[in-house]
Unconditional design. Structure first.
Ligand code: URA
Length: 205
């Protein structure tokens, strides 16, 4: 089956998912959107107020900032794919709970398998932990990790950058690494290994 068709079916499944408690309070699930041929994907934490109403990722203030950052590197939303760790809004924008993240995890794994991007950019702690449970965003932001054919570049979440000028500057600096990572092998990239029991999880070494 075509990639687009498989993705569409997965999206429909997410739209009607009732696997965890977040389905009871959501307006719309937010499966993710963008270019299925993208070399770069961004993964956020979970939908906020605006995303929940529209069923689209990063359409609020954090989304505006993300679009501004993309412009710095000459990219637009259409060039990339954007998704989230949890597809439904946690009430009052609280942190997603461990069991909510666990039940949503297979969706993100499948989305990334289908898109097969070169560069994955987890935004913030929860997205980073999807790949590296022992990762620490304050320590590891802006470091590029190679996992097989892919590179993972954790960055601060744009919402954190909206609250702190220092984080915003750091995020801008880290963002400028994206084109280099896509187009050359010269960047210092840290090798990582897969988790022995869960091949979708990586271990920092
Ligand atoms: N923050 C996120 O992590 N994801 C969104 O989709 C919007 C804001």
């Amino acid at each position: 089956m075509q990639k687009e068709k498989i993705f569409e079916q997965l999206t429909k499944q997410i739209d009607k998912c009732r696997t965890c408690r977040l389905c009871k309070t959501r307006n719309k699930a937010v499966p993710g959107e963008g270019n299925l041929k993208a070399e770069v994907v961004f993964i956020g934490e979970g939908p906020g107020y605006n995303e929940d109403l529209q069923g689209r990722p990063f359409v609020g203030r954090a989304g505006d900032l993300l679009e501004g950052l993309l412009r710095i590197i000459g990219a637009r939303r259409n060039d990339i794919w954007i998704g989230n760790v949890v597809k439904c809004r946690p009430p009052e924008n609280r942190n997603p709970m461990v069991d909510e993240i666990r039940s949503c995890k297979p969706y993100l794994i499948e989305q990334l398998r289908i898109i097969n991007p070169k560069l994955i950019i987890p935004l913030g702690r929860f997205a980073f932990e999807h790949f590296f449970p022992a990762g620490k965003i304050s320590r590891d932001h802006g470091k590029a990790f190679r996992i097989g054919e892919r590179i993972v570049l954790p960055l601060y979440h744009p919402a954190a950058a909206l609250r702190s000028e220092a984080v915003l500057q750091q995020l801008k600096n880290d963002f400028r690494k994206i084109p280099r990572l896509l187009h050359s092998d010269s960047e210092e990239i840290i090798a990582v290994t897969r988790h022995p029991k869960d091949e979708n999880q990586m271990l920092l070494i």
